[in-house]
Every structure is written in structure tokens, then in C-alpha cells.
Design a protein around this ligand. Structure first.
Ligand code: 4AD
Ligand code: MG
Length: 430
């Protein structure tokens, strides 16, 4: 058995090959039948002729419809006219399933394609995105393994909020109200005391009521935490990680990026270090960019889009004012009280936030004051408090939305296409 990719590489030219896959396109003239077949490695044109197969068989093949499954055998020839440059001349075949009709035809709307996602994932566009996604997941892990981090896991059913109460998914746990994890951060902080440098890749859940191009209710969260790290130390690992992932995608998935019509020069330009701007510096830029934001305003999707069109690299925004972050765990900068030792990484071309991170409060007194200020019960957070009671150390971490990263790398319109089975405010199927 051969793969279509082997044919496309030229290594089977002039030889007999057997491939199996699905009908991608088909047209017949009565005496000749052209079937473009796809497998996961590509598409190739095959041709059957009445002359060599006889009347019955050519009729049977001509009657096939899109996405029917089959295997074919025959000699491979170079053929400049067919897409990909090769053609297989069918001498024998086997049909596994003949379809009556395939529900996806041209010009279907977005909602229909989401309803029929289980079939739409076979499209060349989705297949390309999923191959890139696979590279991104691997590259993230590889990068952190190479940097001496350990991979670990936290629970998804939890009784403490990390990112504020407004986006918690509540869950009835044998009569006790708990929630789905918004982040694995606090558990990574626990593991950090044993392993010093840790990372995880896990789903995170956010009850986001808004329907935007960048929000999912269940998304894949890649998070890391490192002992002895200050905010700036963490940012240095992150920018190298982003550069590494993009290099890997450019190396392994150039074909897929081109299929998605991605401008490669935009990605080739992504090299560390990335620019850093304090939130206050950013606000001073606003008049120049014709934006009406002022110090103390939150940055939402629209604001980030307007800001990041001015950059051709990701940009770190640091030192957000305490008042605009809903989270209690960031350490305040002792040199500029009222501002946090935290950062967001905003992707260029209008994509906006892909990472949130920073230095954690590690002093017990400071943490207790913050919990009080955010009306949180220290009892609920007893284990998080314990980390600051026994052998506390300075540390930092971050969370990267992998679907958001893929959304940007692929240059997609909506994040929903960056994940196989998107979960949004009104979608739980398929
Ligand atoms: O900025 P966030 O909320 O930060 C945290 O959860 C921290 N606890 C992470 C940490 O320091 N360990 O989320 C981190 C990232 C965002 O920058 C964004 O990329 C992604 O997670 N994200 C979402 N992605 C898709 N849909 C959503 N609803 C998302 N919410 C956050
Ligand atoms: Mg954030």
C-alpha cells in the first residue's frame, strides 16, 4: 500500500502503486473517468479508461460520488496537466463505500458547516489547519522539555476560581457546587515547589457569554510556571517559545500555510526579542494612533485589534493597573505601586491577546490582604495560602491560548476554525 504523498514526491513515477482514500472530485466523459483521490497526505488524479477496464467497470466508477471510499491500483505517470503533476492509471480498484449524496456542496454557510463539522473536518482547509495544530502542540511541549521543564497535570473539577467568578462554569458534584477549571495555574504553582519548572496542556473552561471571533467556552490552555523567575525572565522564555513554534510550523507545514493563503513573510518575521511596552506607555500612544483610550481603560478585543495593527511582531504589554485586572494573584510592582508585575502578549495583525502571565504574589501577608480585598475566603484557598506559608519563593508563570495561537498562525477569520470541535455559547454539537 502506498500513500499519495509518495506519488507527489516523484518516487513512484513509472512504477505500479496502490493507494486508498476518498473521492475528492470526479468527472467522466463516458470512455474516460477522472477521479481525484485524497488521503491524509494529499490529493492525486487517477484515470480509468473504458479501453482497459471495460464497459461495466467504467460505469461503476463513473457513478461514484464525493467522499466515497476506495482503493485503486495502477501505474504512476508524470502529467503536467493534472494538479500535483502526477496521474495514476487505474488497472484495478475496490470500492469500500459508495455514497448516495454528500451533504456538503459548494457555498454552504458557516452555521451549516459547524452543524456538519464531523464531515467538514475532511475538507482540505480544515485538514491543513489540523496539521498545523498538531505541530503547534508538539512544538510547545518540545520547547519546554528542552528548557528543563517537567510536564504535569492539574484537575479539571475544582472548588476555587482563578480568573474571577464571572466566567465560572458551575457543576453539581454530588450535591456540592464546584466548577470546571478556568486555568491550571494554581496547581502548577503547587507542583513548582517540587519540580521548579513545570508546564501543562489542558482544556480550560470559560462561561463567556459573548460571541466573538476569539472566545471559546472550552479552549486548550498551555501553561507554565517557574521558580525563581521574575516577570521579565518568564517573558524571555515565552518569546523564544513563540519563535520556536512558528519556525517549526514554517518548516513542517509550508504547504498547509500556502493552502490557507497565509502570507508567509508575516510569520518569517517573528523573531525574538519582542517589543515591550508598559501599559502607561501604550496609553501615551493613543492620540498618535487616533484611539480614544486613556489610563485606566480596559483593553477588549476591539481595542487590542486597533493597537496591534501597528505592530508586525507580537508585543508584550506589562504593568497593567491593579484596577483593570480581575485576578488577585499578580504581584504589585514595589517600584510603581498600583501597577502589576504582569504581562499580556498581543499578537500582531489585529489578533490581540494570546498570552497572559506574570509574577505571583509570594509573600504571605500580601496574599492575605489581596484575598480580603477581592472578598475571597482564605479557607477556600487554604492550600494556595500554604504555599506562601512554607518555603515560599519568587516565581512567575503564564498561560497561552493554543487555539488563539493557531488562529493567528493560520490567519483565520474566527477561532472556531482553529479547533476541531468548537464549544461556544450556543454550540455543543457535534
Ligand atoms: O489571560 P488568562 O485568563 O490568564 C490565565 O488564565 C492565567 N491563569 C494564565 C497563567 O498565568 N497561568 O488566559 C490565558 C490565555 C489568554 O491569553 C488567551 O490566549 C486564552 O488563555 N484564553 C482564551 N482562549 C479562547 N477562548 C477563551 N474564552 C479564552 N480565555 C482565555
Ligand atoms: Mg488575559
Amino acid at each position: 500500500m502506498n500513500r499519495i504523498g509518495e506519488i507527489l514526491s516523484g518516487s513512484l513515477t513509472g512504477k505500479q502503486a496502490e493507494i486508498r482514500g476518498w473521492v475528492y472530485r470526479i468527472r467522466s466523459s463516458g470512455s474516460l473517468c477522472f477521479i481525484v483521490i485524497r488521503d491524509s497526505s494529499g490529493i492525486v488524479q487517477t484515470v480509468a479508461s473504458k479501453e482497459s477496464l471495460g464497459d461495466m467497470k467504467i460505469k461503476e466508477l463513473s457513478g461514484l460520488t464525493i467522499e466515497s471510499s476506495l482503493s485503486v491500483t495502477g501505474v504512476v505517470k508524470e502529467d503536467k496537466r493534472s494538479a500535483g503533476g502526477y496521474e495514476l492509471q487505474i488497472s484495478d480498484y475496490r470500492i469500500f463505500q459508495r455514497n448516495d449524496n454528500y451533504p456538503i456542496t459548494k457555498d454552504k454557510g458557516e452555521e451549516f458547516l459547524l452543524d456538519i463539522r464531523h464531515l467538514w473536518l475532511r475538507s482540505r482547509e480544515m485538514t491543513s489547519i489540523m496539521k498545523i495544530r498538531s505541530t503547534v502542540f508538539r512544538a510547545f511541549s518540545d520547547f519546554f522539555y528542552n528548557e528543563g521543564y517537567y510536564q504535569t497535570q492539574g484537575p479539571m473539577m475544582v472548588s476555587t476560581a482563578t480568573e474571577g467568578g464571572s466566567t465560572l462554569f458551575k457543576l453539581d458534584f454530588f450535591g456540592e457546587e464546584i466548577s470546571l477549571a478556568q486555568s491550571s495555574q494554581f496547581y502548577l504553582e503547587v507542583m513548582m515547589f517540587a519540580l521548579e519548572k513545570v508546564f501543562t496542556i489542558a482544556p480550560s473552561f470559560r462561561a463567556e457569554k459573548s460571541r466573538t471571533r476569539r472566545h471559546l467556552t472550552e479552549y486548550w490552555h498551555a501553561e507554565a510556571e517557574a521558580a525563581w523567575y521574575a516577570n521579565e525572565d518568564m517573558m524571555r522564555d515565552e518569546e523564544r517559545m513563540i519563535e520556536y513554534i512558528i519556525r517549526e510550523v514554517l518548516e513542517r507545514n509550508k504547504e498547509e500555510l500556502l493552502m490557507l493563503k497565509r502570507d508567509l513573510s508575516k510569520l518569517e518575521n517573528i523573531r525574538a526579542p519582542f517589543p515591550r511596552m508598559r501599559y502607561s506607555e501604550l496609553m501615551q500612544k493613543m492620540p498618535e494612533w487616533g484611539l480614544g483610550l486613556k489610563y485606566g481603560d480596559d483593553l477588549g478585543a476591539d481595542e487590542e485589534r486597533a493597537i496591534t495593527v501597528h505592530f508586525d511582531k507580537p508585543v508584550f504589554v506589562t504593568h497593567y493597573p491593579v484596577a483593570i485586572k480581575p485576578t488577585f494573584y499578580h504581584r504589585e510592582d514595589p517600584e510603581t505601586p498600583g501597577e502589576l508585575l504582569c504581562h499580556d502578549l498581543l499578537a500582531p495583525e489585529g489578533y490581540g491577546e494570546i498570552i497572559g502571565g506574570g509574577e505571583r504574589i509570594w509573600n504571605l501577608k500580601e496574599l492575605k490582604e489581596k484575598l480580603k480585598r477581592y472578598n475571597l475566603n482564605p479557607e477556600d484557598y487554604y492550600w494556595y495560602v500554604d504555599l506562601r506559608t512554607y518555603g515560599s519563593v519568587p516565581h512567575s508563570g503564564f498561560g497561552l491560548g493554543l487555539d488563539r495561537l493557531i488562529w493567528w498562525i493560520c490567519g483565520l477569520d474566527t477561532i472556531r476554525d482553529a479547533i476541531p470541535f468548537p464549544r461556544t455559547i450556543r454550540r455543543t454539537r457535534p
